[in-house]
Write a new protein. Structure first.
Ligand code: CA
Ligand code: CA
Length: 102
């Protein structure tokens, strides 16, 4: 139970982290909806416009597995940190490669 909650919390954090990252450094306000839509679509595996519990949980599990670098079934603080450092670098690279549209 505890582990499940932790996984869900981590994944929720992961998902909201992705949303914030897109918006963070003075992006257009309108981007937020787009990011949300993209995230939602990603989780909504069968595209019926709703996220079922199993869709949610399988997305969480995928996120968890992504973070569990040595696949021992636990995400350590270090693994989570490494994951987020890598993600942040990825986002930054993506952002830097995008042409500014002011
Ligand atoms: Ca669905
Ligand atoms: Ca691990």
């Amino acid at each position: 139970m505890n582990k499940l909650l932790t996984t869900a919390a981590l994944a929720t954090f992961a998902l909201s982290g992705a949303a914030f990252a897109g918006d963070h450094e003075g992006g257009h306000k309108g981007d937020h909806g787009k990011h949300f839509q993209k995230m939602f679509d990603e989780v909504d595996a069968n595209k019926d416009g709703a996220i079922s519990k199993s869709e949610f949980m399988s997305k969480m599990e995928a996120k968890f597995n992504e973070q569990d670098a040595d696949k021992d079934g636990n995400v350590t603080k270090e693994e989570a940190q490494n994951y987020w450092d890598a993600k942040k670098a990825e986002w930054k690279a993506k952002k830097d490669s995008m042409p500014k549209s002011e």
